[in-house]
Design a protein around this ligand. Structure first.
Ligand SMILES: CC(C)(COP(=O)(O)OP(=O)(O)OC[C@H]1O[C@@H](n2cnc3c(N)ncnc32)[C@H](O)[C@@H]1OP(=O)(O)O)[C@@H](O)C(=O)NCCC(=O)NCCS
Length: 240
């Protein structure tokens, strides 16, 4: 186990605290928190460096990419595969059969259960909920019935939303705060409500695009100038 038993490693002061998406700075001095660099060898000459807060537990076998930061009271199980520059806020849980891509931001109180897979750049808002059993019963064992959930590159899952297992959330889709998603979400779709319904399209920047849900059209993101093309019920971003 690397977690608490890894304390013999050199402690580091945290000189550049990150700004969290919820709008407050986390100011941790060396007196308030201790961070431990982890350096794991994979293969002949491949190292992964990441930081783990003193209170977090990372089980032996977990793979965590360089530059990742694991905050207070996090538990990462031994089978987890976590990419580079991932941040995990307070009280995050990561199961064994979980993969997390590079540059994901996982806010406080999110549990990522077995069979949940996040591609690169996924944002999980605070206290959002994943599931892995579709029809759980306490008296009935359903460990062989976990359904896969896939969150594609760049998608945002808003605060306090719930993702019912078995769905795929498309690349750069945006799930609004508090939504309950129980079917697949197309790339770039904006989904809100209970049950989640598509009400529009979001650019990669995170701005709504002036397009119908279905039909033909083009829209420009006012923030980046990127062009989006609607064909039927599918939106794509133009190259270039
Ligand atoms: C979706 C969101 C980005 C707003 O996008 P927007 O383009 O500004 O959309 P608008 O506010 O114009 O809303 C469009 C419609 O959707 C509704 N709506 C927006 N967000 C909603 C939500 N989360 N749930 C239900 N309805 C919502 C609005 O009430 C509005 O309805 P109306 O047309 O009947 O008035 C924002 O509401 C949201 O959910 N953000 C997520 C915040 C979050 O979780 N952050 C986590 C990090 S702290």
């Amino acid at each position: 186990m690397f977690g608490l038993s890894g304390r013999a490693l050199e402690s580091v002061s945290f000189t550049a605290p990150p700004t969290w998406a919820c709008g407050f700075d986390v100011r941790l001095g060396p007196d308030r928190a201790r961070w431990y660099p982890r350096r794991l060898l994979f293969g002949a000459d491949s190292f992964m460096d990441y930081q783990v807060h003193d209170s977090a537990i990372v089980d032996e076998g977990a793979q965590i990419g360089s530059g990742s930061r694991i905050w207070h009271f996090v538990h990462v199980c031994g089978g987890a595969r976590v990419g580079r520059n991932v941040s995990m806020g307070q009280n995050v849980f990561v199961g064994n059969k979980v993969t997390i891509g590079d540059d994901c931001k996982i806010q406080n109180n999110v549990s990522i259960y077995d069979n949940v897979h996040l591609e690169d750049g996924v944002f999980c808002g605070p206290s959002m909920v994943f599931t892995n059993v579709y029809n759980p019963r306490s008296f009935i064992q359903r460990k062989d019935e976990y359904r896969d959930t896939l969150i594609r590159t760049g998608a945002t899952l808003g605060a306090n939303c719930t993702i019912v297992c078995g769905v795929t959330v498309g690349a750069h889709a945006f799930v609004g705060a508090g939504a309950v998603v129980n079917k697949d979400v197309p790339a770039y779709a904006l989904v809100v409500g209970v049950p989640g319904r598509q009400i529009g399209w979001m650019s990669e920047f995170g701005a709504q695009l002036d397009l119908p849900l279905d039909g033909e059209g083009r829209a420009v993101c006012p923030h980046t100038g990127a062009v989006y093309v609607l064909r039927g019920k599918a939106l794509t971003k133009e190259a270039g």
